[in-house]
Ligand binder design. Structure first.
Ligand code: NPG
Length: 368
């Protein structure tokens, strides 16, 4: 395959409800879309980076900049390009995993479309639908939280994840447990706690949670291991797991018993697959996280979530949980599950009208 063009497109899609976490409140999903055009097919990738560097060091403008100046020209020079050549071509550059992931995914999509192979099949999927959970942001009050959780359970979601932060943890969890009984429940702290909070976090053991996700800093594997030794609730890592090696280290240190895999956070679907394999080899279950992706990113996440090691419902919610109008045909929940796309590549493409409506900027990258 030879690249003939790469377009970067920024979209801003309003969320149906504001999403508040310990790192900020989102009302709009700003996403950078990468479209590669080759002599054989086109492909799409969605960059996980957000407007500001609050979840990770990456942000949309930085991703567009590094793609334009460095990543796209490096990949455009590869003579017989396929997705497996992208990471080696970019090996000299540091960081920017979400930008790399978007480019690699677009190349992978084009490559698979040219060959008529669905992404799920290429990755080794074993199921045609995936069980779905929902991530519930911090609300202004406990009654508002109970309303939100009740609505999602009515919609059929199979597990609830609550965002927590200091001052919003034990009480909301207790309230959800009291109201909704033994519904599968987990919490996510997005690094909001420190080692001084270990005893406080141990209070969450009273609630039979599936897991406590990323309570401590990204680089605090030892702190997570100490916490894990103190708690019966399994620790799950998200932000700390940036590669298959990071996953292997975290498991060896006893820092986690579950891993959240987000392809954007780890540099793409090929590394995500390797993390899945490392975890499977250690009998560590994984699940697929989300970063409020539009249908473009969600489609590819569903393919990944269909692999055998994904043993918990993911943050792979239906389109209407996020958007009144999605960029693609909407993903609809059926009995708590979403279908894994069956078409070639990621199996979806943005709908022209929605793309037009939400685009705030589009440029073709000079190929060098
Ligand atoms: O359903 O896509 C979703 C959102 C799930 O909670 C979720 N994502 O910390 O995992 C997270 C959080 C997030 C949102 C991360 C936006 C980064 C950006």
């Amino acid at each position: 395959m030879k690249l003939t063009g790469v377009e970067l497109r920024t979209v801003r899609v309003p969320l149906v409800t504001p999403f508040r976490t310990s790192f900020g409140t989102e009302t709009v999903r700003e996403a950078l879309l990468v479209r590669v055009v080759s002599d054989e097919a086109e492909g799409w990738g969605e960059c996980g980076a957000d407007t500001a560097p609050l979840y990770s060091p990456e942000y949309t403008h930085a991703a567009a900049d590094v793609l334009t100046r460095f990543l796209v020209p490096a990949v455009a020079g590869v003579p017989e390009l396929d997705a497996h050549q992208v990471a080696p071509a970019l090996a000299g550059f540091k960081g920017h995993r979400m930008a790399r992931a978007a480019l690699e995914t677009a190349v992978l999509d084009a490559d698979l479309r040219a060959r008529g192979v669905p992404l799920a099949h290429a990755l080794g999927a074993v199921r045609s639908t995936v069980p779905c959970g929902v991530s519930v942001g911090i609300t202004e009050s406990i009654p508002a939280l109970l309303d939100a959780v009740g609505g999602y359970l009515d919609a059929g979601y199979l597990r609830i994840k609550l965002k927590i932060e200091p001052g919003w943890d034990v009480e909301p969890v207790r309230a959800v447990r009291e109201r909704f009984g033994d519904v599968p429940l987990q919490v996510d702290a997005n690094t909001a706690y420190s080692r001084a909070d270990l005893r406080h976090l141990a209070r969450l053991d009273d609630f039979g949670l599936l897991m406590l996700e990323q309570p401590l800093a990204v680089d605090d594997l030892l702190g997570h291991a100490r916490l894990a030794a103190l708690l019966t609730t399994p620790i799950c890592l998200d932000e700390s797991i940036t590669s298959a090696r990071a996953a292997a280290d975290a498991i060896a240190l006893g820092a986690c018993r579950v891993v959240n895999i987000k392809p954007g956070r780890v540099g793409g679907y090929l590394e995500a697959r390797r993390i899945h394999d490392v975890c499977a080899a250690h009998d560590v279950p994984v699940w697929c996280g989300g970063m409020l992706e539009t249908g473009v990113g969600r489609a590819a996440n569903l393919a990944l979530a269909a692999l055998p090691g994904f043993r918990f419902p993911g943050d792979t919610s239906a389109s209407e949980r996020y958007y009144a109008t999605d960029l693609t045909e909407p993903f609809r929940l059926v009995d708590g599950h979403l279908p894994v796309p069956t078409g070639p590549g990621i199996g979806v493409a943005p709908l022209p009208d929605a793309l037009e409506e939400f685009t705030t900027g589009a440029t073709w990258v000079p190929l060098g």
